[in-house]
Design a protein around this ligand. Structure first.
Ligand SMILES: Cc1cc2nc3c(=O)[nH]c(=O)nc-3n(C[C@H](O)[C@H](O)[C@H](O)COP(=O)(O)OP(=O)(O)OC[C@H]3O[C@@H](n4cnc5c(N)ncnc54)[C@H](O)[C@@H]3O)c2cc1C
Length: 527
């Protein structure tokens, strides 16, 4: 269906069971679960799918070693279960990855090793491989550029990693396959109430500026760090003031070439100089360094890093890598906002200690808000949200457990053991069972850069809801996140193909500005 047909469906005079606001991991997960259970679902996303936090994560499918240290075992166990669900249902977009924690003091190997053995135990049958203790020489062989001075040994363990934006698109497309209607660039501008209850919403196609009314039995607010705006609209309609539930925290990632950490392993520093966790993770052929946890009071669409955050990441990398990257080695910098759940009445909470678990709230009018949590647990969160909708009598009850074994669009029926892992450079393999369809399109094999050909741009426009150069180069391909200068250099050609496919302005100039931002270094004043 093209965009005009999708909007024609939206304009039909009907009531939906469920209207989901927000097309990130959380909203897409809810839409898919509900549609798979036979409910009628519409999902509206104000920008592009996953353009908020859900394309800016560290890309780990993990139980959370940090939460293990905090003793939050049920959170860890649930996430470990969900980690294997994603690996099973989207094997073309997720794979297991070995992590090594180096030890620079004699006690670190047994201390972290015992914790990670517990991690294996909690994973049970969902385990991806056994934790093992490494000697000094083994650690250096596995992480060739690791700082050798003072190194005692290390611990290796297994977790998962994925392509977050492409998984979001797979969720969107699978939800559509299950009958849901999903629209990007369509912002929810108002909620509608009748007799004190939410009965629907108003939304606007951001391209045509046309407004639509959508009637729904149940409205779920899954707008991530932005949930408070919709909650306030809901409260204002009832003459109530509504306090914020989100305390946003910013996380920065820096991307450099793989030769700063060659080999097949990721590096995890469990306790940096200021007590944080730092990852150096091979991803799509590059190395991702991060992240930070800096409280913010505003909610920009494109948050930018502080100078202190970049100094922290490169400074810590220099403590652990014998030949460390410097500013001139940085290929891209991206920043995401975590929707941390604020304890009621706590305005100055330290975000490092706020809950990474999700919260589901049902307002007096029946608006259901979900926020917090993490990518890894999107499916468990969706089940939780729907359980609350049933409990509140907002939706007719449908049994859970459908999404558990639901293969996402692109997943092959049998596992392809020869497929490159997510750590390897992107390419045809990322398209899983859709490779033949992709190769039947014009431009197949006409490479723009290794791993991205012209047919992939056409595929993005025809099947993956892409409208702009940014949609293609930031989220269908991840080139903006991997090498912003390279992405800018091929943007004009991508724009030309997109314009041919969609007949619309693909916003090339906006993308070129964005690519500059992904490479720009904040001044000393932005500390
Ligand atoms: C730095 C960082 C690293 C992370 N690393 C990991 C990790 O490695 N593993 C992991 O499991 N989790 C990780 N997370 C957490 C994970 O990324 C988030 O929990 C998850 O992406 C949140 O998804 P969401 O759908 O709730 O929010 P979002 O992805 O932000 O989605 C909300 C959407 O709502 C839309 N929206 C807002 N207002 C409206 C409106 N009025 N109308 C329509 N749409 C609207 C927005 O455009 C947005 O797309 C990380 C988070 C950060 C910040």
């Amino acid at each position: 269906m093209n965009r005009a047909q999708l909007f024609a469906r939206l304009a039909e005079p009907r009531a939906w069971d469920l209207a989901v606001v927000g097309g990130g991991a959380t909203g897409l997960g809810v839409a898919l679960d509900a549609a798979a259970r036979g409910l009628s679902v519409v999902l509206l996303e104000s920008h592009d799918f996953a353009s908020g936090t859900s394309s800016r994560s560290t890309k780990l499918l993990h139980g959370g070693v940090r939460y293990l240290a905090q003793g939050n075992l049920s959170l860890v166990r649930e996430a470990l279960h969900e980690r294997s669900t994603v690996l099973r249902n989207a094997p073309h977009l997720a794979s297991r990855l070995s992590f090594i924690m180096p030890s620079y003091a004699w006690w670190q190997t047994p201390f972290y090793g015992v914790g990670l053995k517990l991690y294996d135990l909690l994973a049970g049958r969902a385990g991806l491989g056994a934790t093992s203790f490494l000697g000094r020489a083994q650690t250096l062989a596995a992480l060739p550029n690791l700082q050798p001075a003072g190194l005692c040994g290390g611990v290796s363990y297994w977790d998962g990693q994925f392509d977050d934006a492409r998984l979001a698109l797979a969720l969107a497309r699978t939800a559509a396959r299950e009958g849901a209607l999903l629209l990007n660039y369509c912002a929810v501008t108002q909620l509608q109430h009748q007799g004190g209850r939410v009965t629907g919403l108003r939304c606007e196609d951001r391209l045509s500026k046309q407004a639509y009314t959508v009637r729904a039995r149940c409205v779920v607010n899954a707008t991530g760090v932005w949930v408070d705006a919709l909650r306030q609209l809901d409260g204002a309609a009832q003459g109530r003031s509504v306090g914020p539930v989100v305390a946003p925290s910013q996380g920065v990632h820096v991307v450099v070439d793989r030769d700063f950490l060659p080999g097949e392993h990721a590096l995890l520093v469990p306790r940096t100089a200021d007590g944080r966790v730092l990852f150096a993770v091979p991803w799509l052929g590059k190395l991702v360094l991060g992240t930070t946890d800096t409280p913010r009071s505003d909610l920009p669409r494109e948050p930018r890093p502080l100078r202190a955050e970049l100094d922290f990441i490169l400074g810590e990398a220099a403590r652990y890598l014998a030949r460390p990257p410097t500013r001139t080695d940085v290929k891209s910098i991206w920043v995401g906002l975590r929707p941390l759940v604020r304890p009621a009445g706590d305005d100055d909470a330290d975000t490092g200690r706020l809950s990474r678990e999700h919260t589901v709230l049902v307002s007096a009018t029946g608006l259901v808000t979900v926020t917090g949590g993490k990518w890894t647990t999107y499916r468990a969160m969706a089940e939780d949200v729907l359980a609350r909708c049933f409990q509140a009598g907002l939706l007719p009850e449908k049994p859970a457990g459908v999404s558990d074994r639901l293969k996402l669009v692109g997943a092959e029926p049998t596992l392809d053991a020869s497929r490159p892992a997510v750590a390897a450079a992107a390419g045809l393999h990322t398209y899983g069972s859709e490779q033949a369809l992709l190769q039947s399109l014009p431009g197949a094999g006409l490479l723009l850069v290794p791993g991205l050909d012209e047919a992939m741009v056409r595929f993005a426009a025809r099947y993956e809801y892409a409208l702009t150069v940014e949609d293609v180069l930031a989220r269908r391909s991840r080139l903006l996140f991997l090498d912003a200068a390279l992405a800018a250099s091929l943007a004009p050609r991508v724009a030309a193909i997109l314009a041919e496919e969609t007949g619309r302005d693909p916003a090339l100039a906006d993308f070129l500005g964005l690519a500059r931002d992904y490479l720009s270094w904040p001044s000393e004043q932005d500390a």
